[in-house]
Ligand binder design. Sequence first.
Ligand code: ASP
Ligand code: MG
Length: 441
Amino acid sequence: MKVMKFGGTSVGKPERMFEIAKLITGDDEQKIVVLSALSGTTNSLTEISSCLAKGERAAAKQHIDALEQHYQNFIIQLLKTEEAYIKAKSVLAEHFEFLNIILKISYSEALNKDILAQGELLSTKLFALYLEEQKIDHVWLPALDFMTIDMVDEPQIGSIKVKLTQLLNRHKETKLFVTQGYICRNAKGEVDNLKRGGSDYSASLIAAATNASVCEIWSDIDGMHNSDPRIVNNTKPIEQLSFEEAAELAYFGAKILHPASIWPAQYFNIPVKLLNTLQPSARGTLIKSEAGSVGVKAVAAKDYITAIKIKSSRMLLAYGFLRKIFEVFEKYRTSIDMVTTSEVAVSLTIDNDAYLKEIIKELELFGTVEVDTNQTIVSIVGNEITETKDVLKKIFEAIPDIPVRMVSYGGSRHNISLLVSREYKEQTMQQLNAGLFGEVN
Ligand code: ASP
Ligand code: MG
């Protein structure tokens, strides 16, 4: 079994769907194809929901009509035969009728989730009609029948496996399945989702549940790059990453893969490939248990970081001090990314400052608190880099004039992180690219 996931831009135009149909019929292996919504659709649905939440029905209606028009044009180009076109018309009628009905219902969080689910249902149904028209044998699998999350929104891999296996067993002869990314059912049995960008997560859960030979994530970039191409020139795709390296990079800003999608693949040891629909023969990035090589592989950055310093002479020689500080963050369900300590102070960073005021207030009981907002974590990632000779030297030689606020070294063997003020992000990344990869910007 092979899992192939295609993102929004890969299904966003009829001609892209034609390309996907070729890619998924290239060999004989059994496949589950996981699709996102057409690009822009989930954003539109979010907009419709937020209009409804504010009671702005007319605005919601305008968004619904614009979206429907988009799909009406889409199916004209997607399908050739009258028969397929009529079927597509009725798919649109069903889903847009639903959206028009909700205009009359009072808004709730459960309804919001139903609205957001329309995108993946539409994209997979339309793609399935195209396959049918092309006489490509396949079965459309409803993700809502097998993808489930528990009370704390964690996917239930055990039950996903049981349900999915039962479904697949009903179609033993079938080589090709098409299903929706992102959507699922929650513990109450309601329609829910795996959060924005969650189709990657769906794909890796499905790959884990079916013990797939590979989980391919197709987008329109040729793999994970060694730095951010929007900031740095001459970035290059990374050939191979370990799961650990990929997790660090996915979290620290490489937008190409949803960070949560690493663990199912890692736990069940399923290789993940990041591939490009615009350049299908390009190598892309392979993520597996082995890193392939040692040394620096990539630099990634994460913005909107807040640094907090707690200074207290009471910390001197005291034990239990860190626990008390961490408990404050736990209380406000705020996760900590970087931590550095000295004998009389602790600095740490958070990326969610929803409870910053409350947190500061409680921390002030322990000592003086200083806060720096608008910071950026620049992470240097690579297998065993903390044991690779000269890496630290090269890093600091590359950025002699950058004021570094914090350094995290040795927390993992694969990551060295620097905290700099957001205004130095571009310069830091460009100079590191030159110093670590020898690229001139
Ligand atoms: N359609 C969803 C989103 O835009 C899920 C995904 O594309 O991964 O967030
Ligand atoms: Mg995505």
